[in-house]
Design a protein around this ligand. Structure first.
Ligand SMILES: [Zn+2]
Length: 297
């Protein structure tokens, strides 16, 4: 063996070793688990699909009971402890679902209503106005964002409760009213969170979320700033528009800072056309990602 061929062998060995290490590194990179700590809108979109498939989730219906059991299963398999807050308003039973990760009092409560409206009374077709609302956006979208946050939020955030409110959506119907579930919850629960954030009707493809006028200004600014930093300034528009009666209202009445994240410019609102095809994963992503960063950071 010449000196030269010995060097060649050494060099080839070194290259082979380097190639092996590089190969192992690339393989481990490709095989790594998907990043579990990020909001995945494809799973959130599937959650909208599942809810719509249950049929209308009007109080007392089969879909209403099914969606509650399904939410419990999803939350428990994501490691959350689920409790039902039972109450009654106007003679109707109320089942709010509370998900938490510890016994600590919540600093943040995120809420969405899981019920849907009895009547599509805004439907352009008069004959359909007694049919129930499918609630892909009005109901299912907010629930989907909360469920995907349950799966993706890091374990070490400040204490968060996810609350799925019952009977939000039956105002202007004899014997019912709006926001019965959140009203019962806010009146009967003794915790004092620093912030309550409601998400409602945030899944439509043309998503424009204006600042809601009754919302707490400091928290709303924080959330809209987070959205802008993430590049969602076209979705979270930094202008006031609507003034809403929604699930944030009972908290504001108790002097608990609360914000309503809602796109109320939705032409299918309370019609039979509030269906899955109006929902866009990109919209769920913008809202989910924003809340994820606002809570985690
Ligand atoms: Zn509604």
């Amino acid at each position: 063996m010449t000196k030269r061929s010995a060097i060649t062998i050494y060099l080839s060995l070194i290259f082979a070793l380097l190639a092996l290490v590089a190969g192992w590194y690339i393989a481990s990179f490709l095989n790594r688990e998907p990043d579990s700590v990020s909001f995945d809108s494809s799973r959130a979109y599937a959650d909208v699909q599942t809810q719509v498939a249950f049929g209308p989730r009007t109080p007392g219906s089969a879909g209403h009971a099914q969606v509650r059991e399904w939410m419990r299963t999803e939350l428990e398999s994501a490691g959350w402890i689920v409790e039902i807050h039972e109450s009654e308003r106007l003679g109707h039973p109320i089942y709010n679902l509370i998900a938490k990760r510890s016994d600590e009092a919540p600093q943040i409560i995120l809420g969405a209503h899981y019920d849907t409206r009895f009547f599509a009374d805004n439907d352009p077709d008069e004959s359909k106005r007694t049919e129930p609302v499918p609630g892909a956006n009005d109901g299912a979208s907010g629930v989907a964002v909360l469920l995907e946050l349950a799966r993706s939020l890091p374990d070490d955030t400040v204490p968060v409760w996810l609350v799925f409110f019952d009977t939000e959506d039956n105002g202007r119907i004899a014997g019912w009213d709006w926001i019965l579930g959140s009203r019962a919850f806010a009146e009967e629960i003794t915790v004092q969170p620093q912030a309550v954030v409601i998400v409602d009707m945030i899944g439509d493809a043309d998503l424009n979320i204006y600042l809601e006028k009754n919302s707490d200004v400091a928290i709303r600014t924080e959330i809209w700033t987070t959205a802008a930093e993430l590049g969602y300034g076209n979705v979270f528009i930094n202008e006031e528009k609507h003034s809403m009666l929604d699930d944030h209202t009972p908290f504001l009445e108790k002097n608990i800072p609360a914000v309503d994240i809602i796109d109320f410019d939705y032409e299918y609102w309370h019609t039979t056309h509030d269906t899955l095809d109006k929902i866009s994963p990109a919209s769920l992503q913008a809202v989910g990602d924003t809340l994820w960063h606002w809570i985690a950071e």
